[in-house]
Structures are given as structure tokens and as C-alpha cells.
Design a protein around this ligand. Structure first.
Ligand code: DAK
Length: 258
């Protein structure tokens, strides 16, 4: 598959990398780019050679939001009626973990897409914000919900109502990002983290991601029931048999991802 607005590669065993590549527009997310990102994610999701996905931009900008020049000509009905730009729910259906590697601007839809990742690694220059109000709109891809859950109501209100940016260190403090590194190393450290995850058994990786994400949606008792189902399911896998036998035999497990 060839793309025009993103680059893809497999930089380490089991790792699929997607790089946003519209540097002239600070990686502003237009319809074409949104469609290509989700198509590339789905391709990695069904590639047995990939177990963890990394989503990144440039050192200067993860993404400066949705493409305002494209949105200027878009009306409410076009926005509502589902096309490559509006159907971001495609990202929530990816079964493999996605780690965002964020440097520079992560604004508007860029911040929202970062928050849709399962983990985030930031460079020291990362700046998170939801400036939609400055162009007469509001967050529309999860900002009011995901940012509020991550940093609390008072700060989320300030970010969205007063266009306050969060620094990488603030994002770390609130648990929005996992780690912060200098700009020279944030991407290589993200790839190392993804490579480490890719050494784990594939079905367990996906069922853990699935269960953790349910914690946002379900009550505790429903979540615990959901977790148990995934847990029991793993007892039917070849990797459970191999993992436990390898432990008993004092050797390294060889995963089949089955
Ligand atoms: N859209 C289009 N072009 C953009 C852009 C954007 N969001 N951000 C930057 N650019 C372009 C600039 O127009 C400029 O292009 P030229 O004029 O050179 O042709 C180039 O990138 C460099 O930008 P600047 O010259 O402005 O660079 P500075 O370093 O001076 O400033 C900045 C950087 C990031 C502070 C500034 O560019 C900026 O404020 N950008 C806009 C940020 C913003 O307002 N973002 C929120 C957009 S609304 C949804 C999904 C997503 C969304 C909503 C719904 N659904 C699934 C329903 C998301 C909405 C949004 O994100």
C-alpha cells in the first residue's frame, strides 16, 4: 500500500511505525491523512508480523490539529455524515496497542488523536492543547471527555476555554503521558518500548489492551466480569501452555501468538 500523507515502516521486530508527513502544514489532519492513518493502522493490525504500533509526527509537530483550511469549507451535514475525516472511531477498533510518540505541537485533533493512543511518550518540547475555541468551535474527537478524565475538570476547562497549553512535564505529572525524553531520543525510546511489548505473547497483549480500555466504559463489577472472561480465554491458548511449561522447565518461552 502506498500513501501520500504518511510514511510507514517496521523499525524493529514486531513494531509497525506510522509517521504523519505533512510538514508544510505542521501535520494538520485532513481527510486524506485521517483515512491513510486508519488504513495503515488496520493493515498493521492484521499483519501477524506486527504486535505493537507506534504513531508519530515530526520533532516540530505531532499534529497541529484538523486541517482548518479544509474545515473552513465544511458544513454541519458533511461533518456529520461519516467520511474519512469524521470516522475516527476506526482507531478505537484497533486491537494491537498503539503508542504515540509526541514532539512539538499536539493541538486540537492532534491532541485528541494522541489521547486515543494506548500509551504516550513525549519529547521535552511537546505541547498539548485544545485551541478549537479560538476558531469558533469546540473539541469534537474526544477532547472534552478524554482530557477531563486525564487531568481533571478544572484544568481541562482552562485548557479548552482559555487555550492553555500543557507542557510535557505537566502531561507527565497528570499521567497523560508515560515518559518524557529529550527530543533526540523520544522516538528511539518509544520504539524500544514497543519492541519490548512485541516480545510478549500476542493474544495476551490484545486481551489486556481490550480489558484496560473497558475500564473507561464499565462499572467496576462489570469490568471485573469482563476481565475474567478475557482471563479464562487465555487458558485456551497455546501460549498459556507454552509460557507455563517454559517457566517450569526454566527456559525462555517461544510464543506462537495463538
Ligand atoms: N490547519 C491547517 N494548516 C495549519 C494548521 C491547521 N490546523 N496548523 C498550522 N497550519 C499551517 C499554517 O497555515 C502554515 O501554513 P502556510 O501559511 O505556511 O501555508 C504552516 O502550517 C505553519 O504554521 P504557522 O506559520 O502558523 O506556524 P507557527 O509556528 O507560527 O504556529 C501553531 C504554530 C501550531 C501555533 C499555529 O500554526 C496554529 O495555531 N495552528 C492551528 C492550531 C489549531 O487551531 N488547531 C485546532 C484545529 S480544530 C473530529 C476530528 C478532529 C477534530 C474535530 C472533529 N471528528 C472526528 C469529528 C479536530 C478539530 C481541530 O483540530
Amino acid at each position: 500500500m502506498s500513501y501520500e500523507t504518511i510514511l510507514t515502516e517496521t523499525p524493529a521486530p514486531g513494531v509497525g511505525l506510522i509517521r504523519l508527513n505533512r510538514p508544510q502544514a505542521l501535520n494538520a489532519l485532513n481527510s486524506q491523512m485521517s483515512g491513510e492513518i486508519f488504513t495503515a493502522m488496520q493493515a498493521f493490525d492484521s499483519d501477524p508480523g506486527v504486535k505493537c504500533i507506534v504513531l508519530t509526527g515530526s520533532d516540530k509537530a505531532f499534529a497541529a490539529g484538523a486541517d482548518i483550511k479544509e474545515m473552513e469549507a465544511t458544513d454541519a451535514v458533511t461533518m456529520m455524515t461519516g467520511h474519512d475525516f469524521t470516522d475516527w472511531a476506526r482507531m478505537t477498533r484497533i486491537r494491537k496497542p498503539i503508542i504515540g510518540a509526541v514532539s512539538g505541537w499536539a493541538l486540537g485533533g492532534g491532541c485528541e488523536m494522541a489521547m486515543m493512543c494506548d500509551m504516550l511518550v513525549a519529547s521535552e518540547t511537546a505541547k498539548f492543547g485544545q485551541p478549537e475555541i479560538t476558531i469558533g468551535i469546540m473539541p469534537g474527537a474526544g477532547g472534552t471527555q478524554r482530557l477531563t478524565r486525564a487531568v481533571g475538570k478544572a484544568l481541562a476547562m482552562e485548557v479548552m476555554l482559555a487555550n492553555r497549553h500543557l507542557t510535557a512535564q505537566e502531561a507527565l505529572h497528570y499521567g497523560l503521558v508515560n515518559r518524557v525524553y529529550p527530543v533526540e531520543s523520544y522516538l528511539s525510546e518509544t520504539i524500544k518500548l514497543a519492541e519490548k511489548i512485541a516480545t510478549m505473547p500476542g493474544v495476551a497483549i490484545q486481551l489486556i489492551k481490550d480489558a484496560v480500555n473497558r475500564a473507561y466504559e464499565l462499572s467496576l463489577s462489570e469490568g471485573l466480569t469482563y476481565e475474567k472472561r478475557n482471563f479464562y480465554l487465555l487458558f485456551g491458548t497455546e501460549d498459556k501452555a507454552e509460557g507455563m511449561k517454559a517457566f517450569v522447565d526454566k527456559r525462555k518461552a517461544e510464543w506462537k501468538d495463538r
